[in-house]
Design a protein around this ligand. Sequence first.
Ligand SMILES: NC(=O)c1ccc[n+]([C@@H]2O[C@H](COP(=O)([O-])OP(=O)(O)OC[C@H]3O[C@@H](n4cnc5c(N)ncnc54)[C@H](OP(=O)(O)O)[C@@H]3O)[C@@H](O)[C@H]2O)c1
Length: 292
Amino acid sequence: MSRYRQPDGNEVLPDSRLRILLLGASGFVGGGLWTYLAPRHEVVGTFATRPIPGLVHLDLRDERHLAALAADGFDLIVHAAGLVPLEAAEADPELAHRLNVRPVEVLLQAVRGSAAKLVFLSSDNVFDGTRHQYTEDDPRSPVNVYGRTKTAAEDLLLADGRHLIVRIPLVFGRGPWTNTFLARLAGPTTIARMDLVCAPVYLPSLGPALARLWDRTGVVHYGGSDVLTRFELMSRVQQALDLPTRVVAAQGEQVRSGCRRPPRLVLRSTRHGLLGPGLGSALAHLAGLPSA
Ligand SMILES: NC(=O)c1ccc[n+]([C@@H]2O[C@H](COP(=O)([O-])OP(=O)(O)OC[C@H]3O[C@@H](n4cnc5c(N)ncnc54)[C@H](OP(=O)(O)O)[C@@H]3O)[C@@H](O)[C@H]2O)c1
């Protein structure tokens, strides 16, 4: 990947056109990455259950198909597919392992000996949420099945040494075709927790950040600038978009959930200075307003 370095060793040349496989392009995060990457690079994106024109079908459990696709001469394989809803992973740990861990083994095997580099989207849920903030050097201690599958996938990648893990927090914004974040605000009432603290990132900032980081190996964090409760975040988004929902504050014990959630997840980096945009400018952009 060194041909993509600028003289300072950090930046990716904007005119370097790469051949990229984007696993999970039909998803919320994958859609945001597709929007940024597809006009700039040669991108093959995949879907599983939500057909999108221009994307190719792939079930991660079809290991032969996954391996063949991965071995098709890509520079980068950005892996943003898998079982993401925490409750779904908690309810079916075996499925979570099949979708979040096993495909990474298959991918590593498929690209061994080739120039293809894996860029794996991981999560702040690899941490237990008891610290003020987390950098790449902090020990992981997941408290739910989803976090444990992400940790296991990370271990496989770290053992190989030449790939990249990008840990991201809660992502907010509007995707081109899938909107798991805004779906939380779709009902007449939105229950939002006061006892969960996050530093969320704005979806459109992910692609440019990834492009500045993908030359690296190991683990990098990409967090949002502002630290706030889930209730504050949902209230600010509701206001910015004038959504017809009432955001109601709740504590953990009032919310029925089959899954433990880390109480405070703030990702920070010791490896680079990138942070997502401030909430004010992100919400102005989301609402289609000129940012302040
Ligand atoms: N959203 C967040 O706030 C957040 C935070 C931290 C980390 N992440 C990470 O970002 C990545 C994407 O998350 P997301 O929020 O975009 O999730 P998402 O909207 O649920 O998208 C998941 C993607 O995985 C695909 N997928 C699911 N099952 C599959 C299967 N059996 N075979 C092939 N593809 C399959 C989906 O395809 P179909 O939709 O076509 O079925 C979709 O493209 C994940 O690695 C997640 O851990 C997300």
